[in-house]
Design a protein around this ligand. Structure first.
Ligand SMILES: O=c1[nH]c(=O)c2[nH]c(=O)[nH]c2[nH]1
Length: 306
């Protein structure tokens, strides 16, 4: 009897990068770009490659990389949600021993900038660490999970945030505050309702106009996040993220649930009382560690029809 057994396995290629240019057919100088980093992981009948050193079922990760690039060249990569469905269906249809696939696409944010008051046709500014992200998990049965995310959107407000009324015990040193700095790197993810979106092959067949739903939800989720962050007098990170998620759910019935993961990046007051200077709490230091980390997933309350 063997001493060990394989419990789970996945393999594929990570960090497959490309930049694709889209030219306006009427005026080829008017262009758009997608720069993306793709990950593909395959599951299926690959056990003997781990347990018997038998490579016959392995689709080399080099082939996985070539496939991503060939599909990027030969199909529409806008928007990344639809491109993810194209990659996933390709592997499921071509290789009968693939039973499930994970596709992740990280999109760099290149936005056109104004020159003489007008958006330039083909010059872009990189938006820094912020990324648009999508993840698809597709099974051979056709069941899937598709989500999109805002990642690494760093925000800070210098007032309009409070934190008090929390549990106090013999280990508590934190002082309650009605005015603090609030800063975070937003990671917001919304999972689509697959019953509303329909089958995966249906998503790939959606027209450019129909796939607008993905951009609409992304833009609105970003706007809601930024607006609530700015406008609300935040009682806590927990309450603020819940309000953001609720507004995204209200905006689109295509969204099944929303998750936020927010570090609370602390800025700590320099206490200069020792120097006799204690007016105007206005000088802080960014504390590199530790940080709070607050996560939640929010869905619609299911209304009982009874
Ligand atoms: O918004 C906050 N939530 C917390 O759970 C917490 N804990 C803490 O020390 N500061 C904060 N702030």
């Amino acid at each position: 009897m063997a001493y060990s057994k394989l419990i789970t396995s996945k393999y594929g290629k990570d960090n497959v990068k490309f930049l694709k240019v889209k030219k306006d057919p009427q005026n080829p100088k008017i262009q758009n770009v997608i720069e993306a980093t793709v990950l593909v992981l395959l599951e299926g009948d690959f056990d003997k490659s781990y347990t018997e050193a038998n490579n016959s079922s392995i689709i080399p990760t080099d082939t996985v990389k070539n496939t991503i690039l060939i599909l990027a060249k030969t199909t529409n990569v806008w928007p990344i949600e639809r491109f993810a469905t194209k990659i996933a269906t390709h592997f499921i249809e071509k290789y009968s021993h693939v039973s499930g696939i994970t596709v992740q696409i990280n999109q760099e944010l290149w936005s056109k900038y104004n020159v003489n008051g007008e958006k330039h046709d083909h010059s872009f500014i990189h938006q820094g660490p912020e990324k648009k992200f999508t993840e698809l998990y597709l099974k051979r049965s056709g069941d899937y999970k598709l989500s999109s995310s805002i990642k690494n959107l760093t925000v800070l407000k210098s007032t309009g945030s409070q934190f008090h009324g929390y549990n106090v015990c013999d280990f508590t040193t934190l002082k309650p505050t009605t005015d603090r700095i609030l800063s975070t790197d937003v990671d917001a993810k919304w999972e689509f309702d697959s019953k509303k979106l329909g089958s995966i092959s249906n998503i790939f067949k959606l027209s450019d106009k129909e796939t607008n739903i993905f951009d609409l939800i992304y833009n609105k989720a970003r706007e809601i996040t930024l607006n609530i962050f700015a406008i609300e007098n935040s009682p806590s990170v927990q309450a603020t993220m819940y309000n953001m998620a609720t507004e995204i759910l209200k905006f689109s019935s295509y969204v099944d649930n929303v998750s936020y993961s927010l570090p609370n990046k602390h800025y700590i007051l320099f206490d200069l009382k020792w120097k006799g200077i204690n007016e105007n709490d206005d000088l802080f230091y960014p504390s590199p560690h530790p940080n709070g980390l607050i996560k939640c997933t929010v869905a619609r309350e299911i209304k009982s029809k009874i």
